[in-house]
Design a protein around this ligand. Structure first.
Ligand code: CP3
Length: 371
């Protein structure tokens, strides 16, 4: 608390005095890296940086549904700021959840502590499409927009807010399975067994994601991340046929807003090239594919985000130190690198370890392009 970096700050115009690579040097580190522009440090943030690993989060969060915490804009703003304040990360991620839009239009979704999204009546037949009406952000999720606007005042100009949405496949998997799944059996059965219905469902989820992302950006988010967390369950041909066209429409639907777009999934090593085809500037990489290998799987104009194994953060510091340095070494000074974990912070993580990771990345990371 009381960190001067979090005092409201006037947003200064981008300075054009020192120009390199045709871009202004005052662009925040995170936005520079998303654009592949050289800078003087590697930016870092952590997926699930706001969450149960933080004692201050546990103290403020209470025990109700996370959807209630998200609907309280003052609380959501505070929970978003907590990791920025503690870690000195280079980006904030809105405190919300990928199921907020579907819950807000009344599909009957909650988030069970320790489990994840659960659905009372899972999506099973054509008639269920009617339960997925369009989202009106100002009416259905005004609290999200209040949170975004408050954060734009509270965050320092150097720490952009990332807005986000669930990708159509990952949201569909929750709606169809009714709870987190290991096999995605029902999802794949509907996808391959009733392809017209699958595409109609995906169309509705594309519209929800685009509408939600656009409302976050027009209210002040300066980048967006689309979480297709469970896309790694699919083979490349199935991904290309059933998912890619829809994810591409999500990215196309926000392209005119001119904010960096990040596309992330877990276990997607075999899909990285296809995911890049969907159009995002930044491709998220989990810990299973080293960054230098991941680079060979995406076009050279893309930035990468990742990819320290979150489970290694539970090991002694020497292990974390070596693994962090290995990520940096494999990136080899490429300017298009946003340091992150390969997936979210595990609840049992000691925040002191993540503090040291941020310090190490800032001290040792090179983004000068001089590999
Ligand atoms: O710092 C942040 O990243 C905070 C914002 C955030 C949350 N969920 C808050 C949250 C984000 C970006 C998400 C996205 C999200 N939600 C994803 C995509 C990212 C990923 O992990 O792959 C997914 C798959 C979900 C669905 C979901 N919500 C799951 C699987 C869970 C975990 C259930 C549990 O209790 O372990 C949630 C709940 C959730 N969403 C928590 C948080 C901080 C857990 C803690 C809580 O209830 O307070």
């Amino acid at each position: 608390m009381g960190d001067p970096r979090l005092l409201p700050r006037r947003r200064t115009p981008i300075s054009l005095r020192r120009v390199d690579s045709s871009a202004a040097v005052d662009l925040p580190h995170f936005l520079r890296a998303c654009r592949g522009l050289p800078g003087d440090r590697v930016p870092v943030w952590f997926m699930r940086q706001a969450g149960r690993s933080l004692p201050e989060y546990r103290a403020r969060r209470g025990s109700g549904s996370i959807l209630d915490a998200i609907a309280d804009a003052d609380l959501a703003c505070e929970l978003t700021l907590q990791p920025v304040q503690r870690y000195g990360v280079d980006a904030a991620i809105l405190y919300s959840d990928i199921v907020v839009p579907v819950a807000a239009i009344g599909f009957g979704v909650d988030v069970a502590p320790g489990t994840g999204p659960v659905v009372e009546q899972p999506f099973a037949r054509r008639a269920d499409l009617e339960r997925l009406r369009p989202l009106e952000p100002e009416v259905d999720t005004p609290y999200v927009l209040d949170t975004v606007r408050a954060l734009c005042t509270e965050l320092p100009a150097s720490v952009p807010l990332i807005g986000f949405a669930g990708a159509p496949f990952t949201v569909a998997s929750y709606l169809i399975e009714g709870r987190p799944s290991r096999t995605y059996g029902r999802t794949k059965a509907l996808m391959a067994g009733d392809e017209p219905l699958w595409h109609d469902l995906m169309d509705r989820l594309v519209d929800l994601a685009v509408t939600s992302l656009r409302s976050q950006v027009t209210n002040g988010a300066r980048a967006v991340q689309v979480f297709d967390s469970w896309a790694g369950a699919l083979s490349p041909p199935d991904y290309a046929r059933y998912v890619l066209p829809h994810s591409r429409r999500v990215f196309d639907g926000v392209a005119d807003l001119d904010v960096p777009r990040i596309h992330f999934g877990v276990g997607t090593g075999e899909l990285l090239g296809l995911m890049a085809d969907a159009g995002a500037e930044v491709v998220g990489v989990d810990w299973r594919v080293p960054l230098d290998v991941a680079r060979t799987r995406v076009p050279p104009d893309r930035a990468l985000q990742g990819n320290l194994d979150p489970a290694l953060c539970l090991a002694p510091w020497e292990v974390v130190d070596a693994a962090t340095r290995d990520v940096l070494r494999r990136n080899a000074g490429h300017p298009g690198h946003v340091f992150n974990l390969g997936h979210g912070v595990l609840p049992e993580t000691d925040p002191a370890v993540l503090e040291r990771v941020v310090e190490l990345v800032h001290a040792e990371g090179r983004a000068d392009g001089a590999a």
